[in-house]
Design a binder for this molecule. Sequence first.
Ligand code: HEC
Ligand code: HEC
Ligand code: HEC
Ligand code: HEC
Ligand code: HEC
Length: 461
Amino acid sequence: MIALYAITFNALAVTPTAYGELSSDMFADSDKCSQCHAIAHDQWKGTMHYNAYEDPFYQKEVLAASNDTQGIVDEFCSRCHTPIGVVSGEIPPVGGANLSAIAREGVQCDFCHVISVSNGTGNAPFVVSPGNIKWGPFDDSKSAYHESEYLELYTTSEYCGMCHDVTHPLNGLVVDDTYTVWKEGPYAEEGVECQDCHMTSGITKFEANPGRAGSGAQKREHISTHAIVGGNAFITEILGEDKYKEMAVERLKKTATLSIDAPQIGQRGDNLSLNISITNSGAGHKIPTGVSEIRQMWLTVSVKDGSGKQVYNTGDVYDNGTVGNAKIYNTVLGDAQGQPTLSFWLAQSILEDNRIPPRGTVSEKHSFRIPEDVTYPLAIEVTLQYRSAPQDIIDHLFGKDVYEVPVISMTEISTNIYENEETAAAGAADAAKPSTPGVGSLGSVTILLCAAYFYMGRREI
Ligand code: HEC
Ligand code: HEC
Ligand code: HEC
Ligand code: HEC
Ligand code: HEC
């Protein structure tokens, strides 16, 4: 029976490169490629692909996973985070005692460009053929150093989907559905691939980048960029990869839009309801995606009266790093006892998934009572926040006060509530008034600087 199954499987598809089938010296290190592909090298070095193995968060988690499973998942985890380490059999041990320098380069040039075929998507089913042929997106590419071969795979999401779709190796639970959600969503239908948003400067759509792909090569209408960035502004920060932190923040700021449905007028003592909608306007997959049991997205809602007194407030980050009273958008995985767990290798079920699908919108209702002693107008401010991990898991893994996970504001919206029609009309006219360019913006810069100064001063106390 087993043999028959194996034959059917092989007749349908290729066999992915097995553990220890190759050796690491069959791959070229990225410095070699940078001799002629300096721009691509500069864009890739420092990204999360380059850091996929050295990532200190991954390092802590893979050791925990290895301990929890008596080493059963060692090869599984490493297959995406240090693929050369696995195909060369240098891992396990996951600590990296036998790992070559080239395998430490994580997801690197020569690995990515000797993938010659793939057995579909999910759990890294790649076949690698290291050697003189480099596969890529061009069908007319010539180089003195290596042979070039066109492979359509490189231009499609299926390429990324090899690693960006993860199911639990033992129970089949889907723990990363980035590719699958893209495939079933509107972007796949419109032919917008991962590369269009992640390998061009367009961020939310394709943008052509004319140039040369290598020294002495012909000029082309488009060459892809290798600064493949997501939302990780935390690990990039602690590794000192500031350029990629900034790019992650820029990307997060283009991901979503907010709208707010609130009455313009409210009387003292009234119960007021706000309806706040979040739309995933820029990502080809759910937000958050990837290790979405660890990522966090939520709304901070603040209502202050005319004198600056807080009337209503949710979603602040407290000093201990917890988020106050907010709905967190992410996935919640359940362990064997049905309890929430952040350790996806122990997960057996998905307890909750309230992430926002591509082009999808979700709404939150917030209600509060207008106090009797309020001064008008009431200012409502809403911010969509993102952080790469809850503070407590980072404190638990690295020690308290070692790293502070940055909270990134993705987008903001604000509005006012007035006492009556008259003040509302005056407020609306005020808001619509064209500001005198120089003076107006100088004024607001001054206010911002004062606020920053005040804030920094307070931090030092
Ligand atoms: C995660 C895998 C991955 C890594 C790492 C990677 N590439 Fe690429 N590369 C791709 C894909 C996919 C394309 C094709 C993108 C497209 O055209 O849609 C590509 C395109 C190219 C091209 C064709 C020209 C262009 O930019 O479109 C060259 C040359 C190239 N890569 C060289 C490199 C070098 C050198 C490195 C290391 C510094 C590198 N790549 C790292 C996946 C990767
Ligand atoms: C001596 C210079 C040189 C070196 C070293 C070099 N390349 Fe190239 N490579 C080129 C040139 C030139 C091209 C042609 C670019 C074009 O067609 O626009 C090219 C094209 C490519 C392509 C596109 C292939 C296709 O058909 O789409 C890939 C991928 C690539 N190189 C990867 C690599 C990798 C990975 C390394 C390091 C192992 C490397 N190259 C080292 C010069 C070099
Ligand atoms: C329409 C543009 C678009 C497309 C298509 C797209 N992405 Fe994204 N991607 C984004 C934006 C914007 C973000 C930032 C928001 C976020 O982090 O969720 C992002 C974030 C990510 C992240 C980090 C997620 C996190 O929160 O940790 C990963 C990983 C990722 N994308 C991979 C992919 C893969 C793989 C594909 C193809 C299957 C793809 N993306 C298709 C725009 C896109
Ligand atoms: C060989 C496996 C592999 C392939 C192929 C691959 N990736 Fe990745 N990618 C990873 C791993 C592993 C990480 C996470 C590294 C970490 O966070 O420690 C990652 C990280 C990322 C991130 C950063 C996520 C963040 O939170 O900031 C983005 C974006 C991304 N990949 C997009 C892509 C796209 C687009 C493609 C296809 C062109 C692709 N990847 C191909 C393995 C791969
Ligand atoms: C099929 C490929 C694949 C496998 C197998 C895999 N990962 Fe990952 N891992 C990824 C990708 C892709 C990302 C980036 C997703 C994102 O940014 O949200 C990632 C991100 C992570 C992160 C977050 C890193 C950060 O900087 O925020 C941790 C931690 C992690 N993986 C640990 C593990 C462990 C432990 C295992 C084994 C139990 C494992 N991974 C198995 C592909 C994989």
